[in-house]
Design a protein around this ligand. Sequence first.
Ligand code: NAD
Length: 349
Amino acid sequence: MTGGAGFIGANFVLDWLASSDEPIVNLDLLTYAGNLETLSSLRDDARHVFVQGDICDRALVDRLLAEHRPRAIVHFAAESHVDRSIHGPGDFVRTNIDGTFTLLEAARGYRATLDAAGQADFRFLHISTDEVYGSLSPSDPAFTETKAYEPNSPYSASKAASDHLVRAWHHTYGLPVLTTNCSNNYGPWQFPEKLIPLMIVNALAGKPLPIYGDGQNVRDWLYVSDHCSAIREVLARGTPGETYNIGGWNEKTNIEIVHALCALLDEMHPRTEGSYSQLITYVTDRPGHDRRYAIDARKIERELGWRPAETFDTGIRKTVQWYLDHPQWIADVHSGAYRAWVATNYSTR
Ligand code: NAD
């Protein structure tokens, strides 16, 4: 897999190894978003082989494939934050497009060696986003897998480009690819630049809770372990060449999310100064901010029988509790100590 030190990738590693002895080779560059502290419980676990490296490094990817001979590549690695893509799109083009291209080419060569050896079973699962579909108005139907791509940010454009490359490697070269397009994830171990952890962490520090524009932008939200279970289903039983939308049937405005968080924190961690909602501050909107995303996840339910296990109420409560229980993880992210963690605690190769 790639990107297994990031938020969703690390949750996937932990979920996978909780229920399977099949080992994982985890290739991750450890950018600011990669945090091996999240995988500290696997430090001495031989089933998890961590390799610090770049998905754009073809020689490294070729070597890992030849050495470990995996039955699948699950590709999470990406630059993933829309605001960062507005200020510095170059890294997004490089990792999300060039990196995916490098992996596809390496996978194509590797697959040929499997075919030659009579081992046909191989899959390339590409993890993508609902943001590739563009923005909806309030009355538009939710995104289905046949919705035309209309990406609006450098992030979503780079992910859309990578999705198109994956599709083309199937149609042109017969690579057994699968693509998943998922809505916003939340849950444990998420870097506090994304809406939900940012709000929790700021609230606990008594800092302002910045809301873009009028706070009425709508997103669908999925608890991260439900995303991981959907990925496992698609990997096991999805049809090569197909794409699957994954969502939680939880459309919420940003301001609804922040009010829900404040109410939970008021209950679970009250502060003497009064409700956390007093910290809400409206700030200038993000340029080109998409108004609404909504996912129609009926295909994966119909074809693979997947549905989320968590409701928004159960998932968000677990998430707040997790951040309340992990002050050291938050402190290490804020101080930057998590970046030194790899050198002192984890053997990489
Ligand atoms: P993240 O930013 O938390 O983690 C990305 C990981 O990729 C990090 O560990 C980073 O070190 C690694 N990485 C970055 N560039 C690399 C490179 N060149 N080579 C190797 N590793 C590199 O991201 P996330 O939120 O976990 O998202 C994972 C995937 O899921 C992404 O492809 C993203 O587009 C997609 N996705 C995310 C969400 C969401 O809500 N977070 C929703 C839908 C889809």
